[in-house]
Structure formats: structure tokens, C-alpha cells
Design a protein around this ligand. Structure first.
Ligand code: ADP
Ligand code: MG
Length: 594
């Protein structure tokens, strides 16, 4: 008898569980499922994120539903559209051998009529976000007046998002006799209040201690000067070549800024925040799930829905305002039994906050220093060597081999290896050789100004009809400066560079904040490039051509920015030498075939 069978689950469910490859129940499942199957009771079940709460209520719920009746028998409330869809999917997987069971997702941002139609065909289980569910009830599109079960999933998140009144109102349309199952990662006062107000004698299950962080997550902090935050982030990424991460920022603005900078520096990054349309957010999430995005920069609110397994690192670009939020952030990694790391980049003045976090999560932080250039180069070299080892040979290149062999005839294997790695790494080495120590004691950090000058990047160029002269005219006109104030104008195809005295920096950045010309966003940033050669960062362009295609973050002139980005990639590849890039890409293609 397998472990799931012992919990009392029926044959249809056991078959589905086997298909999904679950071998043993998680603790919260082991504790919740028997109670929910055997008793008609209210339940409060607390367990960290990623411990399998969905199945803990999903399995017993599916077993208890009468799929011969088309009546709506259960309502699951969940905080976000993302989660709502995820739960629905999971439930569909669990119930795949229960033919007549229908699970319908109800959430905002999609057609309410379509959702109502699905319900009218008979939805035994409705999975809903509170806002849309309210609409449905108000318009008489769903009948929850005779449900037997109501599940409040991720209750702490729902309350965090201000859904208390909605939940209260929705529950008032449900029968008194129904049973309420509440699942939550943490138990703040608000959740306790819900339990008290809307539940009768709930059984309580706690896995781990309340509010405690996951044991699968280790916590590290890195002390840096405030102005080195971004460079520190880049190093953390470079030191972890296989990083698949969520980076948390405090504001939408920082989120967007950090993501844009990462993209410009050649990383597979995107922003996720509330200023994006639902459609844009969906695209970002899709690319993240399929790993086209390795670094997702997000606000706390936008990241609430993220239940992506295998996230290797959570990076706190800044600590959250509400220290409790840290638990939610770090819970995005270390899911489904895997190990994860939660990193915090902080300045000296924030160290005492780390102590507060330690008390909340009941775990210790390790203080670490930002990896230096040497370490990073070493990691990258070994990583490439490993990639090569794992790569399957592409026989499409066979016809060209004789010529290639001839060209390389004179070299020994050792020499060839050295040359190959030099092709890949010279630029990277050059960057990191000069890179300063970033720990907060040293004054390091690359200057953004030199000799009192500031150099800027602007995202317009000859494709927008500019040459250096007309760009200079445009800038002096917009900024009300003299022609001599703007110099070293270097006009490329889709972007340009120019310099000013540093005293104009504020004026320029201010003028070009949210600045549009003919409906296009003109964006100016300080750049470290003294020549038009962007320093540092990434030699890798994982995901290959894909990066150039869709523009994930753009809530502004889509083609405009998209073009700029791909131009930058082109620029990068020509800098790096297209030969070099081709080697990379062919490695990648073969890898993805494998
Ligand atoms: P939570 O709601 O607690 O945050 P989820 O229900 O989203 O966690 O589950 C996290 C992941 O773990 C999901 O990918 C899920 O499929 C997987 N999972 C759940 N239960 C098991 C199990 N018993 N064995 C293996 N994987 C599981
Ligand atoms: Mg969950």
C-alpha cells in the first residue's frame, strides 16, 4: 500500500498522483488529508510556501465532491489570477480520472461572460479571486448558495492585499453549514481574526513553527555601499551562471530601472510590477516559466502569484519595508524539497534590520562578501568547461570540419583549449581585472563621471532621423543649453551617446523622465562607457535569438524599444566578435536539442 493510499485517497486520485510522479505525501498533506477526508470540520492549516498545500486541500476536496451532480459544491478563494489559474490546473491534473468533474477558474482581466458560460455548464468547483467573485455574485452569474466547502487559500496573502471585506461579503452568500478550510503560510493577526469570525471550532495544523522561513532556504547578506548596489547584483549573477531568480525591489520604479539596466547589460531579465498590463504580465510570467528569463525583477505585490519551482536564488535588492514580507520573498525559493538561497544586498545602516529578520524567520544569516573578479572568472570558466562537456555534438557541422581542421592543424589540444577559452573570456577578464572590490569598507565602485563630465546613453539614433548635429540641436533645444554644453555626440543606428558637464546631470535626467516624442519614449541614462563600448557584464546570451524577439516589459512604444534592445545585442555581438557568438549559439542550440 503506498503512502498516499494510507491517507485514504481513492483509486482515481491515486492513479493521477502516480502520473504526476508524487511519491510521498508532504507533511502538510499527511496531516491535513486524513482529517478532511474523515471529518466534516473547519480547518486551519499553516505551512510554508512550497510545501504542497494545494494538494492538501485539493485531494480531499475532489474525493468529496459528487461529480454526478452539476451543482457548485465548492468555492476556492485565492489572492491572484496567477494562483487561481495554477490551482485550477493542479485540480484538473488531480481529477483527470474523474470525467464529469468540472473546475472553473474565475478571475479578473478576462471575459466574465465566458467564465459565466463555463459555470452554467456545471462547475462543481469554482476557483476564484475575491474581486471577480464579487462581480459574479452581484450579477447573478454564479450560485454559491449551496456549497459544502469553502477553501481560503493563501489566506495571509489575500488579507495582505486588502481582500478582507470581499471575503466577508462572499462568505455571506454561502450556507452556514458549509465547512471552511483555511490554508496559509503565516498566521498574522488578520488571519486569526478570519478564523475566529468565520469558522466554527476549527481543527488546527501547523507544520514547522508559525511564520518560520523554509528550512530549505539559506540566508546570506552582502554589505555594500549604497551606490554599488547594482554592480553587486551583477556580480552575484555572474558568480552564479545558472541563476534562475526573483529579484525584489521596493518600488515599481526601481523594479523597472533595475530590469532595464540588466537587459542593457546583456542579461535575460524582465520586470514584473503593477504598471504593466495583465497581458504584459502574462507574457513575462510565461517567459519566466520557460526560462527565457533568468532574472525576474519584481515588486512584492506583483510577485505574490509566483509559484515557480526551481527558483535558485531570491535576491533582495533592498529589504522590504515590512520586515514580515521577507518570509514571503524567501519562500519563492527552496520549494518542493529543493535547496534555495535568499540573498540580501544591504548598506551598513541596515544591518540591524537583518537581526530583526533573523528573529522572525528563526534562522541565522551568513555575512558574505561580494565575489571578486577572480572568483567570478574562475566560476565562469569552469561553468563553460562543464557546458562543453555536456554538449552533444552537432553533426551538421561535419562537412565543414576538414577546412576547420586544416586551419587549426598546427595547434595541439592544449593550445586549442587555451585559444577557445581566450575567445570566450578575454572581454570578461578585461572587465573584471579592473573591477574594484565592492565590499562596503573599500571606497570602490566604477565612476560614473570622469573629469567632471557625464556621459549619457540616449535611445534615439540615425533610424530616428538623427545625425550627431541634429541630435545636438534637439538636445540643446529641449534642455535650453548652449551648443557647447553638449559634446562628444556619437550617433549610432538606434541609440547615441553624448557628454555634458556634470552640473547638467540633474537637468538632463529630469527632462528625460517620462519624456515622449511623437508617442515614443525617449530615455536618457548615465552610462559608464567613455567610449561607446559598454563595459562589463555578460558575455552570455542565453536563450539566443529569442531575446531579440519579444519585448516583455514594454508598456511604452513597443517596437521602438524592442528595436533598440536588439540593436544593442547586435552591437554586443559585433564587439564580442561574431565568431565568438556563433560558438556560443551553436553550443546553445545543441544543448536545447539535447
Ligand atoms: P504551497 O501551496 O504550499 O505553496 P504548492 O501546492 O504550490 O505549495 O506545491 C508546490 C510544488 O510541490 C508544486 O509544484 C507541487 O506540484 C509539488 N508537490 C506537491 N505535493 C507534492 C508531493 N507530495 N510530492 C512531490 N511534489 C509535490
Ligand atoms: Mg499554495
Amino acid at each position: 500500500m503506498n503512502a498516499f493510499q494510507k491517507l485514504g485517497l481513492d483509486a482515481d486520485l491515486l492513479k493521477a498522483i502516480e502520473d504526476m510522479g508524487f511519491e510521498t505525501p508532504s507533511e502538510v498533506q499527511e496531516k491535513s488529508i486524513p482529517i478532511l477526508l474523515e471529518q466534516e470540520t473547519d480547518l486551519v492549516s499553516l505551512a510554508q510556501t512550497g510545501t504542497g498545500k494545494t494538494a492538501a486541500f485539493g485531494f480531499p476536496l475532489i474525493q468529496k465532491i459528487d461529480s454526478n451532480s452539476k451543482k457548485t459544491q465548492a468555492l476556492i478563494l485565492s489572492p491572484t489570477r496567477e494562483l487561481c489559474l495554477q490551482i485550477t490546473n493542479e485540480l484538473k491534473n488531480y481529477s483527470k480520472y474523474k470525467r464529469s468533474l468540472n473546475v472553473v477558474a474565475v478571475y479578473g482581466g478576462a471575459s466574465i461572460t465566458d467564465q459565466a458560460r463555463s459555470i452554467s455548464r456545471g462547475a462543481q468547483i469554482i476557483v476564484a479571486t475575491p474581486g471577480r467573485m464579487q462581480d459574479m455574485i452581484r450579477r447573478n452569474l454564479a450560485d454559491i448558495s449551496s456549497i459544502n466547502y469553502c477553501v481560503l487559500d493563501e489566506a495571509d496573502e489575500m488579507l495582505n492585499m486588502g481582500f478582507y471585506e470581499d471575503i466577508k461579503s462572499i462568505l455571506s452568500h454561502t450556507p452556514k453549514e458549509k465547512k471552511t478550510w483555511l490554508f496559509s503560510a503565516t498566521m498574522p493577526k488578520e488571519v486569526a481574526k478570519i478564523a475566529k469570525k468565520f469558522m466554527t471550532d476549527p481543527k488546527e495544523i501547523t507544520v514547522g513553527s508559525k511564520n518560520k522561513g523554509s528550512v530549505n532556504v539559506s540566508h546570506e547578506y552582502y554589505l555594500v555601499n549604497h551606490r554599488n548596489r547594482y554592480d553587486a547584483l551583477k556580480r552575484l549573477a555572474d558568480a552564479n551562471p545558472d541563476i534562475f531568480s526573483v529579484i525584489f525591489c521596493r518600488t515599481k520604479r526601481d523594479t523597472q530601472k533595475v530590469a532595464e539596466k540588466l537587459i542593457e547589460d546583456g542579461y535575460n531579465a524582465a520586470a514584473l510590477h503593477g504598471d504593466l498590463s495583465q497581458n504584459q504580465r502574462d507574457l513575462v510570467m510565461k517567459s519566466f516559466r520557460t526560462r527565457q528569463i533568468q532574472m525576474l525583477v519584481a515588486t512584492d505585490v506583483a510577485a505574490r502569484g509566483i509559484d515557480v519551482d526551481d527558483i535558485t536564488h531570491v535576491i533582495n535588492y533592498q529589504l522590504p519595508d515590512e520586515i514580515e514580507t521577507y518570509t514571503h520573498r524567501s519562500g519563492r525559493t527552496g520549494r518542493a524539497g529543493k535547496q534555495g538561497v535568499s540573498m540580501v544586498i544591504i548598506s551598513k545602516s541596515e544591518v540591524r534590520k537583518i537581526r530583526t529578520v533573523e528573529k522572525i524567520i528563526q534562522q541565522k544569516f551568513e555575512e558574505k562578501s561580494i565575489p571578486d573578479g577572480k572568483e567570478i572568472c574562475k566560476t565562469q570558466l569552469f561553468h563553460l568547461a562543464n557546458d562543453i562537456k555536456k554538449t552533444e555534438i552537432n553533426h551538421d557541422i561535419d562537412p565543414y570540419l576538414p577546412t576547420i581542421n586544416e586551419a587549426l592543424e598546427e595547434f595541439s589540444k592544449e593550445e586549442l583549449i587555451k585559444k577557445f577559452f581566450s575567445v570566450e573570456f578575454t572581454r570578461f577578464f578585461n572587465y573584471y581585472e579592473k573591477a574594484p572590490d565592492l565590499s562596503s569598507e573599500s571606497a570602490g565602485g566604477r565612476p560614473t563621471v570622469s573629469e567632471g563630465n557625464t556621459r549619457y546613453f540616449i535611445n534615439v539614433g540615425s533610424k530616428d532621423g538623427f545625425d550627431w548635429k541634429s541630435l545636438k540641436d534637439f538636445l540643446t533645444g529641449e534642455l535650453n543649453l548652449d551648443r557647447d554644453d553638449i559634446f562628444k555626440v556619437d550617433c549610432k543606428a538606434s541609440f547615441s551617446f553624448f557628454n555634458t558637464d556634470e552640473k547638467h546631470t540633474d537637468l538632463i535626467l529630469k527632462t528625460f523622465t517620462d519624456y515622449q516624442q511623437n508617442g515614443r519614449y525617449v530615455n536618457v541614462e548615465i552610462t559608464n562607457d567613455q567610449k561607446p563600448e559598454k563595459g562589463g557584464g555578460r558575455r552570455k546570451e542565453r536563450g539566443g535569438g529569442k531575446r531579440n524577439g519579444k519585448n516583455f516589459n514594454d508598456n511604452k512604444g513597443e517596437n521602438f524599444k524592442g528595436r533598440r534592445r536588439s540593436d544593442r545585442n547586435d552591437k554586443k555581438s559585433s564587439r564580442k566578435g561574431s565568431r565568438n557568438k556563433n560558438i556560443e549559439n551553436s553550443l546553445k542550440r545543441r544543448r536545447s536539442k539535447a
